[in-house]
Design a protein around this ligand. Structure first.
Ligand SMILES: [Zn+2]
Length: 235
């Protein structure tokens, strides 16, 4: 019975829900943008919540939880540039809520990778921090090293729309075709700007034999026809 994959999957999901509840009990819940105390399992306080917008219309097979801006932008900058790694699991919690809608359409989670040089500089990979708990919540496999970035690319926010596509073209390759062959992949990243990075990753995965690729980000700042810039932000 215990070897039944379905039973094992159920046990894994029950264990994960238990761990999450435990995490909420031991960690007091505070606003992800300003640290004011909030109700249990609430990401933003009422004041910051005013500036939080759900994601606008989504391109096909690209999903986002929030529109980038306000408290969402503040919270993401805290994670990426202020060492607030603790926020990753909470962001992943809301991402998993969206990912649950895709649960029967995906069977592998792959984060958008940083270039090794950037990883050394930053010390952590925010997409992998988000992808691991999303995979756990869905009860599916996480392949954090399936994709590699083959060259360091300038920050997307420093470029216009056309340059962003060229910047990330062929910047990724699949490191393990065996890991992705015939799999339905959910790509995970923190922010989608033009979608060029995700498209380049999807191409590498499909070239390696993935059956389908869709993507999920915490926030989308994609505005067709308009270049979004934000000081200090890197795609
Ligand atoms: Zn707040």
């Amino acid at each position: 019975m215990a070897r039944d994959p379905f039973a094992l999957g159920m046990l894994s999901r029950i264990a994960n829900v238990g761990l999450e509840l435990l995490g909420e009990l031991v960690a007091p819940t505070r606003c992800a943008a300003c640290d004011e105390p909030t109700g249990a399992r609430v990401l933003f306080c009422a004041t910051c919540g005013v500036s939080v917008m759900p994601a606008l219309a989504q391109p096909a097979a690209s999903y986002a939880v929030f529109d980038y801006g306000g408290a969402v932008a503040t919270a993401i900058v805290r994670l990426k540039y202020a060492g607030r790694f603790d926020l990753a699991a909470r962001f992943a919690g809301v991402m998993a809520g969206t990912a649950a809608l895709l649960a029967d359409q995906v069977d592998l989670v792959v984060p958008v990778p940083l270039h090794p040089k950037r990883l050394v500089e930053r010390g952590f990979d925010q997409a992998a921090l988000l992808a691991a708990p999303v995979a756990r919540r869905l009860g599916i496999e996480h392949a954090p090293r399936a994709l590699v970035r083959t060259r360091p690319t300038p920050p997307q926010a420093s470029l216009d729309r056309a340059a962003r596509s060229a910047n990330v073209a062929d910047a990724f390759r699949c490191a393990s075709a065996r890991a992705v062959e015939r799999r339905r992949v959910l790509l995970v990243d923190d922010v989608r700007t033009t979608g060029a990075t995700l498209a380049s990753c999807a191409e590498a995965l499909l070239d390696a034999g993935a059956r389908e690729v869709c993507s999920l980000v915490l926030a989308s700042r994609d505005r067709p026809g308009k270049v979004q810039k934000s000081a200090g932000y890197e795609d």
